[in-house]
Design a protein around this ligand. Sequence first.
Ligand SMILES: *Cc1c(COP(=O)(O)O)cnc(C)c1O
Length: 226
Amino acid sequence: MSIAHNLKNIKNEIDSLHVTLIAVSKTKPQADVLEAYHAGQRIFGENLVQELTEKYQTLPKDIQWHLIGHLQRNKVKYIAPFISLIHSVDSLKLLKEINKEGAKNNRVIPCLLQIYIADEETKYGLGFDEAIELLVSPDYKGMQNISIVGLMGIATNTDKQSQIKEEFYELKTFFNGVKQSFFKNDANFKEISMGMTSDYKLAIEQGATMVRIGSDIFGKRDYTTK
Ligand SMILES: *Cc1c(COP(=O)(O)O)cnc(C)c1O
């Protein structure tokens, strides 16, 4: 199946549900991104800063680039001028750095807090309590050059549908609480980024507003990355 065809199938499925598709193009060549672009896709997700900036420089400028992978503080400066959304904010220190670079570039950078929902040691993210700590901190309140527009989570890599469903449900429930307590009058706080190729249907059932899909669009990757 072609990339265009795969995209169309997924779009048919999710467009009526008002879910935003992030096409995850990590490890894939620019030609593949262009194929998806010519089929109408404009939002792409990458997990490595270097690969992201290289693609940004050569591909069409109306692409909206999302960073979905772990972000090191010393690399924020490379993406700050152009990034559309950072899904993976997992510490106050990182958020401070993004705010600083946002100021340098005279812009407000949209961010999601990555929440740890998986039953695995390897995944990055804030615990529920850590996310609350961040949101009540005076440091956060003073930040003018970031905007937290929602939450992101990655479910456990398992075949147990009930467990994945439970993890997405927890993220949605936490989102509702955070919205009520911290963003009640902020219409921008509305995104829940959850679900990838193997579990996006469950994620949408549980309230995802953004799904991050790679292999279902571009085919299997040659090597696996975090
Ligand atoms: C790679 C990746 C995806 C996409 O994974 P697929 O299984 O290929 O759909 C989604 N989210 C994150 C954070 C990723 O790193």
